[in-house]
Structure formats: structure tokens, C-alpha cells
Design a protein around this ligand. Structure first.
Ligand code: DC
Length: 243
């Protein structure tokens, strides 16, 4: 009787994901990029997709509460995420460089409105998940740990007081050449928090297994050092740390 050889082919394990969620201005974008560079991972800035959709709606005359039309637009969003010769991110929407335009406060507000619509979130879900590639991904947003990458191997929820976040935003906007008013930014951040926290679908909240970091009194280097301490505890991430 000849013994039968059964070959078991194990499916490749999915690329590791670090989810960094938090409210507007908490520093998660900067931390996500710094961490991705230290690990050699790609970055998903999920907020940019909502900002791009809001801008596309503006271009096509679609109102920000027309859920059915926004769902179609989200499904057909013609976007390219590129890098220029200096390695900086360049975002092209329908053939036009909109890298700076989508960063305005107006577009942030509009993004928060379209992001409250369930059909829009569903239409953008797979597009976000498609960013998951080897060797790994750092995903920044509001629902990376709770909805989009529930199996992320590390979930960080980065927060800070509205005043501290508004002040950081104020400095960033001035540096980028936008004009800004600090009291208006505080009001705006509170309104945005309120909309992001209280929406019915994928509200802004820490995942049950997230590590919550309050950065109100911390500089970016200190936050990064704390995040790296967490990264070092995860075997699937340790081996990616570049010295
Ligand atoms: O991170 P950001 O400021 O670029 O995001 C803009 C808006 O998009 C934010 O107010 C809420 C929404 N957003 C979301 O609902 N879910 C995400 N994962 C990312 C952003």
C-alpha cells in the first residue's frame, strides 16, 4: 500500500497593519508618516479620501448631503497617490494636482459632512482596505481600528484637548500660507469632533483594544517614542524596525 502525500498550502499571512485613529489635529498624520518610515511600511491617509470626495462633489456640483450621488462619485473617484522627486506625497484628482487644496479647513469640514453618510463609507471601504500590502501599512483615520482594519496588530488612539489641537492646526495653516483665526479654529474643531463622534456609522471612538495616548502635553518626538515602545512589544512589527 503506498502512502499518500498530502500537501497543505498555507495561505500567506496578511500584511501587518498599525491603525492610528484620533480626532482632527491630534498629530496622527505626522505620527503615521514617521512610523511608516521607521518600519518601511506604506501609509493610508484615509481622511484624504473623504476630502477628495468632498472636492469632487464641489467640482461636479453635487451637494454634500446627496447620499446617492455621493455614493456613485465615491465608487468612481479618479485619484492617484504619487510622490514627487523629493519623495513628497502628491495627490491627483481627475488629472489635477489637489495636494494643497484638499488640506484647507473648508475641505476638512466638507469631508466630515460626507463622511457621516453610511453609503459613502461603504463605497470607500474596499478602496481603503486595498492599501494593505506587504511589508505592511500604517493607516490613519477615525475608524481604522474599529471598522476598516479590525485585525490591526497595533491600534493607537491619539487624542488631545480641542484647544491644543486648534493651536497646532493654526501653526500648520500659517506655515502652509493659509490665513486662520484661533477662536474660529477651536469652534470648528469642536463642531467637527461633535459630528465625527456622534454620527451613526463608524463614529470616532477608540477600539476596545486600542492604546489611548493623550498628546496634549507631549511633543511629536515624545509621542513617537511612546508609540515605538508599543511597536517593540509586537513580534510581527519588531523585525521591521529600521535601525
Ligand atoms: O483626518 P482628516 O482631518 O483629514 O479627516 C477629514 C474628515 O474625514 C474628518 O473630519 C472625518 C472624516 N474621516 C472619517 O470619517 N473617517 C476616516 N477614517 C478619516 C476621516
Amino acid at each position: 500500500m503506498s502512502a499518500e502525500v498530502v500537501k497543505v498550502v498555507m495561505p500567506p499571512s496578511p500584511a501587518p497593519v498599525v491603525a492610528i485613529d484620533g480626532p482632527s489635529g491630534s498629530g496622527k498624520g505626522t505620527i503615521a508618516h514617521r512610523l511608516a518610515a521607521l518600519l518601511g511600511f506604506e501609509v493610508l491617509d484615509s481622511g484624504s479620501l473623504y476630502r477628495l470626495l468632498a472636492l469632487a462633489a464641489l467640482h461636479h456640483g453635487v451637494s454634500l448631503d446627496n447620499e446617492a450621488a455621493l455614493e456613485v462619485l465615491a465608487g468612481h473617484l479618479d485619484v492617484q497617490f504619487l510622490q514627487n522627486d523629493d519623495g513628497e506625497a502628491v495627490i491627483i484628482l481627475e488629472g489635477e494636482d489637489v495636494t494643497t487644496e484638499i488640506r484647507s479647513e473648508e475641505m476638512g469640514r466638507a469631508a466630515s459632512m460626507v463622511a457621516a453618510l453610511p453609503a459613502v463609507r461603504a463605497a470607500l471601504l474596499q478602496r481603503q482596505q486595498a492599501f494593505r500590502e506587504q511589508p505592511g501599512l500604517v493607516a490613519d483615520g477615525r475608524d481604522m481600528g474599529t471598522v476598516v482594519f479590525t485585525d490591526a496588530c497595533l491600534k493607537i488612539f491619539l487624542t488631545a484637548t480641542a484647544e491644543a489641537r486648534a493651536e497646532r492646526r493654526y501653526k500648520q495653516l500659517l506655515e502652509k500660507g493659509f490665513s486662520a483665526s484661533l477662536p474660529a479654529l477651536i469652534d470648528d474643531i469642536r463642531a467637527r469632533d461633535d459630528r465625527d463622534i456622534n454620527r451613526a456609522v463608524a463614529p470616532l471612538k477608540p477600539a476596545d483594544d486600542a492604546i489611548v495616548l493623550d498628546s496634549t502635553r507631549l511633543g511629536i518626538e515624545e509621542v513617537l517614542a511612546r508609540v515605538m515602545r508599543e511597536v517593540e512589544q509586537i513580534p510581527g512589527l519588531q523585525r521591521h524596525i529600521k535601525s
